[in-house]
Design a protein around this ligand. Structure first.
Ligand code: G6P
Length: 615
């Protein structure tokens, strides 16, 4: 999804902007651009390309890239096709202003018509160009300063935005503003940095400000940061210290971020549980649960809302909470929930799960739930993200930045937090036996080691994956706790290898997908040794009878399903409720290797964005 970078200070802005854009590449984009106020001519120069940021570097040889103030952007098309004209920054009619924007201006058509009547011509199909012309119109027609023009323009705008604007008649200033789209300002020594997240900023400073919705920040050379609201009331920005380091966002010797992130999982889970798991005391403590225990214990019902991989984690969360806390749980896609007639209100606890903490549908669903009186609990990875701020309380998963577009370590982190949430609540509610709790806690404690064992299957999976590059379809089957794992395995494969894959509850296969099975069809069965093993066995036999090619994920020492399957991956045993934390790993690895064998862009698959900040 769109990425914004900006710089103002005494260094050359261009290299900082390009490096920043590269750090944001993981978000997914289709075109890129940069605007600089030239040191040589004092003019505003804008350079844009369709395609990769590296295309912008070609400009270096022939253009004026001087300047100590600039803004840059990676675009993910919403209004208008991906092309150079639609790429940001957009220039205003006067030629004075350049603007980058992330979000959607919902009333752009109405505003565009108004501006056209005033004689404004539009080059692109974007909503962003409307915004820059509107600011231009306010400024030129009212003879206003830049800040006032931005403020008045934003008062007319309906929609979501994170934006940065520069003006060649104000060469010492960048104005930024945000509403419902992410933006961070980094504060250095007499310089400022801007980023859609902290990754373009982190190597220069750890001092940051996250502007709130409806706030405008004025970044002026040699002056302190100034923040105002849309009515020009001065605000006191809260400066925070980032706890992210550069190593966390670089590949660390792996060929792809995705593989690095898959292999980081044992450590991530350890970080996620640190300080929360107290095996000897037979306790797991998520402080947010303890702080709000009355609300949570007395909840009529939980509603989990999320999108994509986070939604799959939610399906596992449902089983954990119903199993151990005996509270009814429903799981909804945030995008459906926000427009559905779901009955929600006081007494409901909504759990919003999001890796990025910026997913627009999830954010909107949270606002709706809050309006209706529900108590909202967030499970996020990105610290300080919009969702973590919009919820009443919550828990971070603490797995570090996830760069690969296909989510891996965030999924296992989310499931781990959901397990800890269910166990904390079950203990305060008294719905779990001490021995059961102790058994699960002991398993959680050794889980990082078991994950390492699961990762040892990597080489076997790499060679196995090569066989299946021929496939155009895959079926993934699982039951109980492993049913969402089957869905997640299928999603991973689709996302990065572009092979069509369906995840199904194994027993439901006979009501449709069984018709697809023939000797060409790979069927991945998640068949670890748990209470549904015998049931799954008959489903596996049904696939075998139709000559499907079975890849079974089994427990160490399995002797039955492994005899029937064509290929087997063995995993350490654990308690049933924690199975997904292990069974997910071979499916992540298989999707990864198939995509690599097929020569696909694993970290930035086509058409996908890491952080989906539009509806
Ligand atoms: C995008 C990403 C997925 C992610 C989903 C939800 O589609 O590509 O990997 O699962 O958004 O994102 P969130 O940040 O809310 O977990």
């Amino acid at each position: 999804m769109c990425g914004i970078v900006g710089y103002i200070g005494s260094r050359d802005a261009y290299p900082i902007l390009i490096k920043g854009l590269k750090r944001l590449e993981y978000r997914g984009y289709d075109s890129a651009g940069v605007a600089l106020i030239s040191e040589r001519s004092a003019h505003l120069n804008v350079y844009k390309v369709k395609g990769k940021v590296s295309g912008l570097e070609a400009y270096g040889e022939r253009e004026d890239l001087s300047g100590t103030i600039g803004i840059a952007h990676t675009r993910w098309a919403t209004h208008g096709e991906p092309c150079q004209v639609n790429a940001h920054p957009h220039l205003s009619a006067s030629g004075n202003l350049a603007l980058v924007h992330n979000g959607i201006i919902e009333n752009y058509n109405v505003l565009k018509e108004k501006l056209q009547k005033k004689g404004y011509l539009f080059k692109s199909d974007t909503d962003t160009e409307v915004l820059v012309q509107l600011i231009d119109y306010m400024k030129e027609s009212g003879k206003l300063d830049l800040l006032t023009a931005v403020r008045l323009a934003l008062k007319e705008v309906v929609g979501a935005y994170a934006l940065a604007v520069i003006d060649q008649t104000y060469p010492d200033e960048i104005i930024v503003a945000r509403k419902s789209s992410p933006l961070v300002i980094g504060i250095g020594e007499h310089e400022f940095f801007i980023g859609s997240d902290a990754s373009p900023i982190i190597e220069y400073t750890d001092q940051v400000v996250y502007p709130e919705d409806g706030e405008i920040a004025i970044l002026s050379k040699g002056k302190p940061l100034k923040v105002v609201d849309l009515s020009n009331v001065a605000l006191d920005p809260e400066v925070q210290t980032l706890e992210l380091n550069l190593g966390q966002i670089e590949k660390g010797g792996y060929p792809h971020f995705m593989l690095k992130e898959i292999f980081e999982q044992p450590e991530c889970i350890q970080d996620c549980m640190r300080g929360r798991l107290h095996v000897e005391e037979n306790e797991v403590i998520l402080s947010a649960i303890i702080d709000h225990k009355d609300k949570l214990m007395n909840a009529k019902r939980f509603i989990i809302i999320a999108c994509g991989t986070s939604w799959h984690a939610g399906l596992i969360g449902r089983q954990l909470i119903e199993h151990y806390c005996r509270i009814p749980v429903q799981v909804e896609y945030a995008s459906e929930f926000r427009y559905s007639h779901t009955v929600v209100g006081e007494g409901d606890v909504v759990i919003a799960i999001s890796q990025s903490g910026e997913t627009a549908d999830t954010l909107a669903a949270i606002e709706l739930a809050k309006e209706k009186g529900a108590f909202v609990y967030g499970i996020c990875n990105a610290i300080g993200s919009s969702i973590s701020r919009a919820t009443h309380t919550g828990s971070y998963i603490h797995v570090g930045p996830e760069i690969g577009v296909a989510s891996t370590k965030a999924f296992t982190g989310q499931v781990t937090v959901l397990a800890m949430l269910a166990l904390t609540l079950a203990k305060v509610k008294g719905t779990i036996a001490d021995e059961t709790l102790q058994e699960i806690l002991q398993e959680l404690q050794v889980l990082p080691e078991k994950m390492k064992k699961a990762l040892e299957t990597n080489e076997k999976i790499a060679s196995l994956s090569r066989i299946f590059t021929y496939a155009h379809n895959f079926i993934y089957l699982g039951r109980g706790y492993n049913y969402p794992v089957a869905l997640e395995g299928a999603l991973k494969l689709k996302e990065i290898s572009y092979i069509h894959a369906e995840g199904y509850p194994a027993a439901e296969m006979k009501h449709g997908p069984i018709a697809l099975i023939d000797m060409e069809m790979p069927v991945v069965v998640v068949a670890t040794h748990n209470s549904l093993y015998e049931k799954l066995l008959s489903n596996v036999q049904a696939v075998k009878a139709r000559q499907g090619r079975i890849i079974a994920i089994v427990s160490e020492g399995d002797e039955v399903i492994s005899e029937i399957a064509d290929y087997c991956i063995e995993l350490p045993r654990t308690v049933e409720a924690l199975d997904p934390l292990l069974t997910t790993i071979p499916l992540q690895l298989m999707a990864y290797h198939i995509a690599v064998w097929k020569g696909k862009n694993v970290d930035q698959p086509r058409n996908l964005a890491k952080s989906v900040t539009v509806e």
